[in-house]
Design a binder for this molecule. Structure first.
Ligand code: ZN
Ligand code: ZN
Ligand code: ZN
Length: 166
């Protein structure tokens, strides 16, 4: 009898997730076949492609990567990553009536309305909701915020490309 040898290279993957693994990862019940080898990270991925992208983010010191398929945005801090991931969950309770964008935080919406690109939105917003008084201009603005006068090219999803998202 001719026994065709079955390839046995499909090794059983041992998912040795460090105890520091993100709690949200445990919540998402996916088969995690690829584990980040970076010590202290322990991020798991279902595709090698995703792991590769994640590893690249380590090189850029953005070890916390958005786990939503097709996004893969990296963040230097877990706090920023979590906040970003909430955007995917549609936790954006502050809609702009002008352009129909949704913002996760009141100050983000206000900043949008005060920006150059949000001028039209502000007029519309004023008609449908309580007016935003001019007196509160700088209240609650982060000290490291970029100038608010620049146009809003990509909307709230893109952020400024840095750690300051929205
Ligand atoms: Zn990692
Ligand atoms: Zn994302
Ligand atoms: Zn708007």
């Amino acid at each position: 009898m001719d026994t065709t040898s079955v390839p046995t290279h499909i090794a059983k993957v041992n998912v040795t997730t460090p105890s520091t693994a993100d709690a949200s990862q445990k919540r998402r019940k996916q088969p995690a076949n690829f584990v980040c080898p970076v010590p202290g990270c322990g991020s798991t991925f279902t595709r090698h492609f995703n792991l590769k992208g994640h590893l690249r983010s380590h090189a850029e010191e953005k070890p916390f990567q958005c786990k939503w398929p097709g996004c893969g945005k990296g963040f230097a801090r877990q706090h920023d990553c979590k906040r970003h991931e909430q955007l995917h969950l549609n936790i954006r309770p502050y809609p702009c009536e002008g352009c129909k964008k949704n913002f996760a935080r009141m100050d983000a919406l206000n900043r949008h309305l005060r920006s150059e690109g949000g001028a039209e939105c502000r007029k519309i917003q004023d008609e449908v909701t309580v007016p935003i008084p001019d007196g509160i201009e700088m209240k609650g603005q982060p000290a490291d915020a970029s100038p608010s006068m620049k146009p809003d090219p990509d909307g709230p999803w893109q952020g400024n490309g840095g750690g300051y998202v929205m």
